[in-house]
Design a protein around this ligand. Structure first.
Ligand code: ARG
Length: 468
């Protein structure tokens, strides 16, 4: 049987003492948040349980009353989780639903739960708990993505492809190194989330409506019971601060930026003129008209969903801007952007993990793209400078002349004879031909953070220690 948390007078049963009539349908429509804030039911009940236990400990309510309230709240949790709870617009929000249902279950004792608190500190507490869970879940999912990137990097630690600047082939790099760049970005994302969590983890509960309370409450106790580090210091700030949500959305926006860049690369790599990777049927779709098509839709959607995440951040910044202290109903609009962002992260990060695990590298195509005339010209200049102690600027000039010679002959640098090279710089020996290879180029880039396969192996081990 569905239990309906209903009111028995026309005015609002929670705050309608001085109201005679019910709100207009439009008022109800604009005012009610239940159809989205019901998501906070578990946090709301946890907050109420901690609050009631504290009231009993401080003898503000009796032990027996607390026990009745605890049992009632447990029952409501069970009803909601098993789908035996009815949500209705006339009970505005999740806080009123829980309290109203508690009254139906345990009677008038339920009225004692709202001693020394307000929906203002209640919702601030619920929302912090929700965002904290979201941070933990996001961190876990980013860690999984890092682990997929590391697995692939391990496999492709010495696979050569062109590295780009301006999306123009610049110097050869290893694919393992390229993937590790994303491991670093995600590492910063995780550390940003950890920062947000630190600042978030203070309890607003007990700030009451805005000014604190005359009851001898113990805010330390409720804070610790809910896993917060401490109570917030200022009651006005406690009920009106949404920095934690904005910071979370800002961190999420950077996550979305990073994923969109990787998504874009997947789209480019998969495009036939590149042909660097393939994605299986699992992460692609076909075309209804062109039978040969295989499209990287999942990557494109990861790229596009960045817009929703930025939108959420902009929404909440705009909602909060210029609000006077302390609580204003504007702040009820804090939830949907955060919920949408969390739902988006819940899909885009795992989708990216899936694609990274799924993608097959076409090492031949990568290598072929890197085998461009002159792509190792920098290596030649560096070799001249290091081997013959010629100043780098001069070596750059010598190499430029050799490039010009090769261009005139319509060949690559390696196709110039030693004699031709020596006509430009007599010190050049036939070691030059090994210097011009792609392997020499990547192997030589052993500077800290460089692309050499030996480095990639070390950096994978380091990243595993740091992140997994
Ligand atoms: N549903 C409200 C919100 O999400 C709860 C707080 C209501 N407080 C008030 N003073 N009307 O913000």
């Amino acid at each position: 049987m569905k239990k309906k948390a209903k009111s028995d007078s026309k005015a609002n049963p929670m705050w309608g003492g001085h109201f005679a009539a019910a709100p207009s349908a439009l008022m109800q429509k604009i005012n009610a948040s239940i159809f989205f804030d019901k998501k906070l039911y578990a946090q709301d009940i946890a907050g109420s349980k901690a609050h009631a236990a504290m009231l009993a400990k401080k003898k503000i309510i009796s032990t027996a009353e607390n026990e009745i309230i605890q049992r009632g709240l447990d029952k409501i949790l069970h009803e909601i989780e098993t789908g035996h709870f009815t949500f209705t617009a006339d009970l505005e929000d999740i806080h009123m639903h829980v309290e109203s249902r508690l009254k139906e279950i345990i009677g008038d004792v339920s009225g004692k739960l709202h001693t020394a608190r307000s929906r203002n500190d209640q919702v601030a507490t619920d929302f912090r708990l929700y965002v904290r869970d979201a941070i933990d879940a996001t961190d876990k999912s980013l860690k999984k993505l890092q682990s997929e990137l590391l697995k692939k990097a391990e496999k492709e630690f010495d696979t050569i492809l062109p590295g780009f600047t301006h999306l123009q082939c610049a110097q050869p790099v290893t694919f393992g190194h390229h993937l590790l760049a994303y491991v670093e970005m995600l590492g910063r994302d995780r550390s940003r989330l950890a920062d947000v969590r630190k600042r978030l983890n203070e309890s607003p509960l007990g700030a009451a409506a805005l000014a604190g309370t005359s009851y001898p409450i113990d805010r330390e106790q409720t804070a610790l019971a809910l896993g917060f580090d401490r109570p917030m210091s200022n009651s006005l700030d406690a009920v009106s601060d949404r920095d934690f949500a904005i910071e979370f959305l800002a961190a999420a926006s950077l996550i979305a930026v990073h994923l969109s860049r990787l998504a874009e690369e997947i789209v480019v790599w998969m495009s036939q003129p590149f042909g660097f990777i393939t994605l299986s049927d699992a992460f692609t779709s076909g075309s209804s008209i062109m039978p040969q098509k295989r499209n990287p839709d999942a990557a494109e959607l990861v790229r596009a969903k960045t817009g929703r995440v930025f939108g959420s951040l902009t929404t909440l910044l705009t909602v909060m801007k210029g609000l006077p202290l302390a609580y204003s109903k504007d702040m009820q609009e804090d939830k949907e952007p955060v919920f949408d962002c969390v739902e988006t992260l819940e899909i885009i990060i795992p989708a990216m993990s899936g694609m990274i695990a799924d993608l097959k590298v076409n090492a031949g195509a990568m290598r072929k793209a890197a085998e461009l005339p002159f792509i190792t010209a920098t290596d030649l200049a560096d070799w001249l400078a290091q081997t013959f102690k010629i100043p780098f600027r001069q070596c750059h000039h010598i190499t430029g002349k050799l490039v010009k010679k090769a261009e005139e002959k319509k060949c690559d640098l390696k196709d110039l004879s030693l004699k031709e090279m020596q006509s430009v710089e007599p010190k050049i020996t036939d070691e030059v031909y090994s210097v011009l290879t792609l392997e020499y180029s990547v192997n030589s880039r052993k500077s800290y953070g460089g692309t050499a396969p030996a480095n990639v192996k070390k950096m994978i081990a380091k990243a595993k220690r740091m992140y997994l």
